[in-house]
Design a protein around this ligand. Structure first.
Ligand code: NG6
Ligand code: CA
Length: 507
């Protein structure tokens, strides 16, 4: 800069003309891990594994100790997160097959549609698992819609369902990436398609064996749920997934650095199959599950470094959470059990993924917004179902009575100003048993079905009798005190009944 221009700027500054532009609406990034437990990262007490980048978020932001996903499995948690409606209100929102039709109808008010209305660029990168296409499922070889672009996202780069489900391809906006039209993709969850080997018939071809389920078409040496054929040029390599989706997430930030953006970055890690890149394989000493945690931590670090580099750290709210609790053997023989090495994925909580007990839905939640959210710890009761109304409020909006019927404006809680949070939190277990937490009390409604899922070795929290726990004195839900406190059981069951029958919970 010449002396002359410097002089001019100083003069203009003095006159108050050369001002920095008004503070832009904050960007929002939601990093949503898969199957990451309450105790899986070092800022939540893990000692056998170090997660420095996730810990950085905790040190620079607010760490919530009582934050919940809406459900103990993926599809319903994500459905609630994006729509602000409990998934159990809507049929067909259980764990979706990889060829499911779109579960969220175009025209629905969603977290991205609300932010888009406020002028945000809205991207989703990573795991979708909310169905694609019209009823009957998507046309994999044509335009794959409706999908995220029809419900408020302006950009999408997807793992369509889960990495353990076919089709094993990426979908960018409406198209499979790298598809050769001479080799069309065919998918079936009913019967074999094509002639490719399956894990059930050719286990000798597998680089990772299945322990239950996951014995159909083999892709990249790993057998999946469902059958597929074709699309050879478009298939992912499991080892590269974290790098590919992180690259797409970074590209989205770069492309939209000048405007407010919302990025929903949904990682594959640490879901099965756990096949991390060679940079992480063997590095945790805990087998592939631990290595996948290191890879997840790396993804978070890449996002944070990109924000630093683009000078967006200050004006970006970063949220980090998980869609449900932890599981060890979720269908592949990957040493998750044998190499656990004393690690406690659920921390002090009982149960795990699929469960009505706390480990099913109580998950890490970190929120960083430099200068606006004071670093620290919050014990406020939080549910991810509230993100929609809370971020609507951040942008001066309020959902109408017909929209996001279970989403409350909890912005003050997310920003650390309200220390109480929600009046109550509702959780949905795999078997659809609901639980309700209010204050120190946790009520689990009577449920049918097995108490333990033997395949995954997780206590589901089902009991034909009502259960009541005092989480303050018994966070591990060891002692059912329902018989000693019938009035509390009655009260909490009453709230649950009302929320159910009213069809909405926000007035
Ligand atoms: C189960 C799968 C499990 C996992 C889960 C969905 C079997 C036996 N188990 O049905 O491996 O894919 O669905 O996980 O197939 S979630 O995190 O996406 O909800
Ligand atoms: Ca999950």
């Amino acid at each position: 800069m010449t002396k002359k221009t410097l002089g001019l700027i100083i003069l203009l500054l003095g006159l108050g003309i050369y001002r920095t532009p008004a503070r832009q609406k904050p960007n929002i990034i939601l990093i949503y891990a898969d199957d990451l437990g309450y105790g899986d990262v070092s800022c939540y007490g893990a000692t056998k594994i170090k997660t420095p980048h996730i810990d950085r978020l905790a040190a620079e932001g607010l760490r919530f100790t009582r934050a919940h996903a809406s459900s103990a499995t993926c599809t319903p948690s994500r459905y609630s997160l994006l729509t602000g409606q409990y998934a159990w209100r809507k049929q067909g929102t259980g764990i979706a097959p990889g060829d499911a039709a779109a579960l969220i109808q175009p025209g629905t008010t969603t977290l991205p549609s609300v932010l888009r209305k406020a002028g945000y660029a809205t991207g989703v990168v990573g795991k979708w698992h909310l169905g694609l296409g019209p009823s009957g499922g998507p046309d994999w070889n044509g335009d794959i819609k409706p999908g995220p672009l029809e419900i408020g996202f302006s950009y999408s780069f997807l793992i369509p369902a889960t990495v353990d489900r076919v089709p094993c391809v990426y979908v960018e906006n409406h198209r499979i990436v790298g598809l050769d039209s001479a080799d069309p993709v065919q998918v079936s969850y009913q019967e074999p398609v094509g002639t490719e080997p399956t894990g059930r018939q050719h286990p000798q071809l597998l680089k990772m064996k299945f322990s239950h389920g996951h014995d159909q078409t083999i892709v990249n040496g790993i057998s999946r749920i469902g059958y597929m054929t074709g699309g050879k040029s478009a298939r992912w390599k499991d080892e590269d997934i974290a790098g590919v989706i992180t690259g797409k997430a970074k590209a989205f930030l770069e492309a939209h650095k000048a405007q407010p953006f919302f990025l929903y970055f949904a990682t594959h890690d640490i879901h099965v199959p756990r096949v991390p890149h060679s940079r992480f394989a063997g590095k945790s000493g805990m087998g592939p599950r631990g290595d996948a945690i290191l890879q997840l931590d790396w993804c978070v670090g890449e996002i944070l470094q990109t924000l630093d580099r683009l000078n967006l750290r200050e004006n970006t709210i970063v949220l980090f959470s998980s869609d449900n609790g932890p599981v060890l053997d979720d269908g592949y023989v990957d040493e998750a059990v044998t190499k656990l090495n004393g690690h406690t994925p659920a921390g002090p909580l009982r149960g795990g993924k699929y469960s009505a007990f706390e480990a099913g839905t109580r998950v890490p939640l970190l929120i960083r917004w430099p200068g606006r959210v004071a670093p620290g710890v919050s014990g406020a009761l939080v549910s991810q179902v509230d993100f929609l109304a809370s971020f609507a409020a951040l942008t001066g909006q309020q959902p109408g009575t017909q929209e996001a019927p279970d989403s409350f404006n909890q912005l003050e809680t997310l920003l650390g100003k309200n220390k109480q949070g929600r009046e109550y939190v509702i959780g949905q277990a795999f078997n659809n048993t609901l639980s309700l937490i209010r204050g120190d009390w946790k009520y689990i409604e009577p449920g049918k079905g097995p108490r333990v899922n033997q395949q995954v070795q997780i206590e589901l929290g089902s009991d034909p009798q009502p259960q009541l726990y005092n989480l303050k004195h018994d966070v591990g839900e060891k002692t059912n005190v329902a018989a000693a406190h019938p009035e509390v059981v009655r009260q909490l069951a009453g709230i649950l009944r009302k929320v159910r029958t009213d069809g909405r919970s926000r007035q």
